[in-house]
Design a protein around this ligand. Structure first.
Ligand code: SF4
Ligand code: SF4
Length: 81
């Protein structure tokens, strides 16, 4: 499992591509054949498993498209769900 997860508010995206350049694991890109409600090609995640939850995308996005969740470190043998 990846260390992070993001939720994309697709219709807020204006396809400026800023986020695609700051993701350290390079999993963000603009959709090639999809458009959002504003008529832009929105950002998509290519491999959520690679997300480390660094929040760089959320920090740079001017349009508050991302919500970032960081997965807690798995507990050791002592825990039993
Ligand atoms: S939280 Fe970090 S690793 Fe995950 S998509 Fe955003 S920039 Fe990439
Ligand atoms: S920085 Fe925000 S508005 Fe720009 S492409 Fe990424 S998600 Fe869309």
């Amino acid at each position: 499992m990846g260390r992070g997860m993001i939720v994309i508010d697709v219709d807020r995206c204006k396809g400026c591509s800023l986020c695609t350049h700051v993701c350290p694991v390079d999993i963000l890109e603009l959709a090639e054949d999809a458009f959002n409600a504003k008529g832009y090609r929105p950002v998509i995640v290519t491999d959520m498993e690679q997300c480390i939850g660094c929040a760089s995308c959320a920090t740079i996005c001017p349009d508050v498209v991302f919500t970032v969740y960081r997965r807690k470190r798995e507990a050791g043998a002592a825990s039993s769900a």
